[in-house]
Design a protein around this ligand. Structure first.
Ligand code: DGP
Length: 121
């Protein structure tokens, strides 16, 4: 499998500072910001700064440090947003079947209400 990264995707533009975002957390290799179209009271996106399309691309080509930082940031945001006690959902959509809109790896962190069944269709 070879992966092609689109440098003009909207999250690449956010990372380059060309489009604003509401930042929640940042490290050397990751950024967390609020989703522009929240599906729950808390809806934060965590992205690596590197050019990875999706989770399988990331796992195949990212460094151990990038992978550790990404997972650590997801955990940090969950606690920072106060979601630990009542629960939350972490989702990463990929490709056509996953209905991924933005082709830069992102984890959706959702919480603040009962989120319903995992899949509606
Ligand atoms: P997905 O379908 O998993 O690729 O989700 C992409 C998400 O990105 C979607 O929930 C809306 C969000 N999004 C799209 N454009 C922007 C943007 O310009 N800023 C922010 N903060 N979020 C965006």
């Amino acid at each position: 499998m070879s992966y092609t990264y689109d440098e003009e995707n909207i999250f690449a533009k956010i990372l380059r500072g060309e489009i604003p975002c509401t930042k929640v957390a940042e490290t050397e290799s990751c950024l967390a910001f609020r989703d522009i179209n929240p599906a729950a009271p808390v809806h934060v996106l965590v992205i690596p700064k590197g050019p990875y399309v999706n989770m399988d691309h990331f796992g195949a080509e990212a460094s151990d440090a990038e992978i550790a930082d990404f997972h650590r940031m997801i955990s940090d945001v969950i606690r920072q947003e106060g979601l630990s006690e009542d629960g939350y959902r972490v989702i990463s959509n990929a490709g056509v079947n996953g209905m991924q809109e933005v082709p830069h790896l992102h984890a959706h962190i959702l919480g603040g209400r009962i989120l319903g069944p995992l899949l509606s269709a």
